[in-house]
Design a protein around this ligand. Structure first.
Ligand code: GUN
Length: 285
């Protein structure tokens, strides 16, 4: 069994982005990311702080908009429209979840798709479906980087995704399909789930239940990617996979923390760089 080091893969992506950013700056272009956070959710505050820190490290301009809990939809929409119009802002990210009285769909739909570095806008979701995209959603894109880091070829393999969210499960399946995997999407209502997952060469768990995937659900020699971020019965951070039980059965596995988590921010940096290039008519190879 090999543990996939998400911190190391994330660092490599961020270093590549930093090097490209340094080159881009010589032509007078500075990638800029705006991060909007509404309210006081402590987890969101940590994520936003980490995003700002990552921007600084790779050499981007970043601006945080911390709005009070009682912000109205009109005020939030007006901010997005201002940011859409700003030349120095290439990427706009509105941290989710929003307070209950605000509609996240309305905000996402308002972000100019070319600045939508989360790839949540329907235009970007559709672009992913047909395989003609600028941005990939950060978490699934990070998972693909982790799979690539193993050297395992996805082509022709059976990949099973557990979870069907718009942010992870659905786009995850699409990215695996683009690389010619045979993909099955499963979820909480799937019958005979263990039998299906036990046939997977590549298993991606994104169901949001602590230690849900046990050894009997995993094929000998599989690549296991754990997108989960849960607390176990002792309040300790854990994934959707029972790491201790599964680790000796698979060929590669991601830990939690230190697996998929660090990749999400790295891919956000990658998307912001891409946004700056596309908005300045620079080819994005
Ligand atoms: N909240 C949790 N994950 C994410 C994410 O990837 N993007 C945004 N905007 N909010 C989130």
């Amino acid at each position: 069994m090999n543990i996939i080091d998400g911190k190391a893969v994330s660092k490599a992506v961020r270093e590549r982005v930093a090097a490209e950013t340094a080159e881009l700056k010589k032509t007078g272009i500075m990638p800029g990311l705006a991060v909007i956070i509404v309210g006081e959710d402590p987890a969101s505050q940590v994520y936003v702080r980490n995003k700002e820190k990552a921007c600084e490290e790779v050499g981007f301009y970043s601006e945080k908009f911390a709005l009070p809990e009682n912000t109205t939809q009109q005020e939030l929409n007006a901010l997005v429209q201002q940011l859409n119009a700003r030349k120095d802002i290439n990427g706009i990210l509105c941290q989710l979840p929003l307070p209950k009285h605000l509609d996240d769909k309305e905000v996402i739909n308002l972000i100019n798709p070319i600045k939508d570095v989360d790839a949540f806008h329907p235009v970007n979701v559709g672009a992913i479906m047909i395989g003609d995209y600028n941005f990939l959603p950060c978490t699934p894109a990070g998972v693909m980087e982790l799979i690539h880091s193993t050297g395992v070829d996805v082509c022709g393999k059976k990949a099973v995704v557990i979870g069907r969210s718009n942010i992870v499960g659905k786009p995850m399946a699409m990215l695996l399909l683009h690389e010619n995997a045979t993909v099955e999407i499963t979820h909480s209502r799937t019958q005979n789930l263990s039998e299906i997952t036990a046939g997977a060469d590549i298993l991606v768990a994104a169901i949001g239940r602590a230690k849900f995937v046990t050894a009997d659900m995993v094929k000998e020699g599989a690549v296991v990617i754990d997108v989960g971020m849960n607390r176990d019965e002792n309040g300790k951070l854990c994934g959707d996979v029972d790491f201790e039980g599964v680790k000796d059965k698979c060929s590669y596995i991601t830990p939690v923390p230190g697996g998929v988590g660090p990749m999400t921010i790295a891919m956000l940096m990658q998307n912001t760089l891409t946004a700056a290039k596309v908005q300045n008519d620079i080819g994005n190879e």
